[in-house]
Design a binder for this molecule. Structure first.
Ligand SMILES: [Zn+2]
Length: 301
């Protein structure tokens, strides 16, 4: 490997740092060799965490000359990889300063954090470290091509890409919702309740089911019998079950697909076709980018 800390000296944001890494390492294989990359970037050791109740940690000093990354040894390989990338983010993002004892300790909840209040500096650091990890493990140039490879959004593609990139289905799913051209959302459920949802705000309408709420009875999760590990087909659903439909407006066509997982977990993919304005289909004349802009404009209306 050729990249060094010096190459990243002018980069401050997660996206910019990842961009510089790939600029200097254009031929990194997939899955990204995260531990080798850590060592190349002044991490002296990557080792199991001794403190219970945390998913990851970073031991460093205020100047961050070098660092030791810690991970939860009991977690699955995919989660460990994400944690290690997340901690590398804390190490490389210049504004992330360790606590007085020279440590970052991050919980499992921190690894899922995608938004934070303006004033909450610690949470903002977690959000940035997650963005860094996602961008690093799913290199945009290749990921964009892989995500566009299937004609329609498909939960089986999410599972296959998770294997290819060696990340969890959830980490893959949230990037999938962001990168897929069609408005697509990924939901994680546990014991029939919504645990977390990944809804790209500029592409997908506001979800009317809140985190912690039961999954509506009309959902495909309940309408069919499912087997663990076997994805359902993409099935048309009543859009009003998942999103608010304004009075007088036509509902878009919404499709649902379910992948039941072990221990009561399930992943649900939602995707929509916006309602046509009239009988003429102007989409036919548009490029993919214009179609996307048109759809976004429709949802903002
Ligand atoms: Zn963290």
């Amino acid at each position: 490997m050729a990249v060094s800390r010096m190459d990243l000296a002018d980069a401050a944001s997660p996206d910019r740092i990842v961009m510089e890494i790939f600029k200097h390492e254009p031929n990194l294989p997939i899955p990204v060799p995260i531990e080798s990359l850590c060592r190349q970037l002044d991490i002296s050791a990557v080792q199991p965490l001794q403190t219970a109740g945390y998913e990851g940690g970073l031991i460093t000093d205020r100047d961050k000359c070098d660092g030791i990354i810690l991970f939860n040894a009991n977690s699955p390989e995919t989660r460990k990889r994400f944690t290690i990338a997340h901690e590398l983010g804390h190490f490389l993002i210049p504004s992330h300063v360790p606590s007085a004892d020279g440590q970052f300790l991050c919980s499992q909840q921190d690894m899922f954090r995608l938004s934070a209040g303006e004033r909450d500096k610690r949470h903002r650091m977690e959000v940035e470290a997650n963005r860094f990890a996602s961008r690093l493990l799913l290199p945009a140039k290749q990921f964009r091509i892989d995500v566009a490879a299937s004609k329609d959004p498909d939960i089986q593609q999410v599972a296959a890409l998770a294997r290819r990139y060696n990340v969890s289905k959830e980490a893959l799913g949230r990037a999938y919702a962001e990168f897929r051209e069609e408005p697509t959302a990924i939901l994680i459920t546990k014991d029939g309740k919504l645990l977390r949802s990944y809804v790209p705000p500029t592409k997908f309408p506001f979800l009317s089911v809140r985190n912690g709420s039961p999954i509506p009875r009309q959902s495909l999760l309940w309408r069919r019998r499912h087997e663990v590990g076997i994805a359902s087909d993409l099935d048309e659903a009543d859009a009003g079950v998942w999103i608010d439909i304004e009075r007088g407006k036509r509902a878009p066509t919404l499709y649902e697909q379910v992948l039941p997982q072990k221990q009561g977990f399930a992943m649900i993919l939602l995707t929509i076709d916006p309602p046509a304005d009239d009988d003429h289909d102007p989409d036919g004349d548009r490029t993919a980018k214009e179609r996307l802009q048109h759809r976004q404009a429709q949802w903002r209306r």
